[in-house]
Every structure is written in C-alpha cells, then in structure tokens.
Design a protein around this ligand. Structure first.
Ligand SMILES: [Zn+2]
Ligand SMILES: [Zn+2]
Length: 173
C-alpha cells in the first residue's frame, strides 16, 4: 500500500487545524461558562440569565451546577446581610468587613481571602482529615488554608475571589 505523501501532508494539516479549532472551542466554552457563573453569582436568577442570553433555564442550571452549585452568595450590601454574620476565619462581624461571602455553614471576608491568597493563613496539621469548609472536598495535602478550624481549597478560594471581584452592576437588572 502506498501512502500519497501529498495527501498525507494535507491530512496532517487538516488534523492540526481541527485540533486547534477544538481547543479554541473548549476555551470559548470555558469563558462562556465563567461569564454565566459570574452573572448568577452577581445576583441574577437562573431564569433572568437564561432569558437575557436567549437560552434555556435548564441549560443555565447545568452550567451553574457544574461549577459547584448555587449555594454561594455575596452577603454584603444585600438583603441577606445580617449583623450577626461573622467571618468564620477571623471572627469579624459583617459590619466590620467590606465583603463577606457565604458558603454552606461558613462565611469568609475579603481580608481573609487576601490572606489566603498570600498563604498567610494556617494549613492543617500533617495527616489531618480536614476538608474544605465550602465544598467539603479534601484536596491534595498542603492545599488547604484556613484559620479557626475553617478551611478553604484552591478551587473555592478562586470562586470566592470571583464573587468578590464581580462588579456590582452585574447583579442589577
Ligand atoms: Zn475574615
Ligand atoms: Zn473547596
């Protein structure tokens, strides 16, 4: 059997451009999902996001759930903010911090997120079975940071940072 070198070259080039196109599509998809997630984190309901984007409620829900669900919320300057909410990591009340993000039974303030990013918080002792207080997962040893018995994994830290960075106008209708 003879392989035509010219056709082979064409096939290789086509395979390469397909690979590039697939890569670009993956990146565009990740950008799109990220943007949808930010809209929702910013306070827009799934239904509002879906109708603005001309897509289905179910589709938006899939995207949000794939990104960890919708239990995240920003609690500063919104009707969910209560004076008795305190940062689980440093103990400061919501009135004493500029931003506070709520997880399942945990709160984290902007100051503690800054510290977590600078790895200025503590890490669990070696061999500890600590889990992330936000997602409940136990990442590779050495990746959790925290204080006061509350822990955060790198993924959740990124998510909290996204919420804190979300422009206020995103959540206005
Ligand atoms: Zn704090
Ligand atoms: Zn986590």
């Amino acid at each position: 059997m003879v392989v035509d070198p010219e056709l082979l070259e064409k096939a290789k080039a086509a395979a390469e451009s397909l690979r590039q196109a697939e890569l670009n599509a993956e990146m565009a998809k990740a950008d799109y999902h990220h943007a949808v997630r930010l809209l929702h984190l910013g306070g827009a309901t799934l239904r509002e996001v879906a109708s603005e984007l001309g897509t289905s409620h179910q589709r938006v829900q899939q995207i949000v759930v794939a990104a960890g669900g919708s239990w995240w919320s920003q609690v500063w300057r919104n009707r969910n903010a209560r004076p008795d909410m305190t940062c689980t990591f440093c103990g400061l009340p919501s009135s004493a911090v500029s931003k506070l993000v709520a997880g399942p039974k945990v709160f984290v303030c902007d100051g503690c997120v800054d510290k977590a990013e600078r790895t200025e918080l503590t890490t669990p002792s070696r061999g500890s079975r600590a889990r992330c207080s936000f997602c409940g997962k136990r990442p590779t040893e050495g990746q959790l940071v925290g204080a006061n018995g509350a822990w955060m994994c790198p993924g959740c830290l990124g998510q909290v940072r996204d919420i804190m960075d979300a422009e206020p106008e995103i959540r206005s209708k």
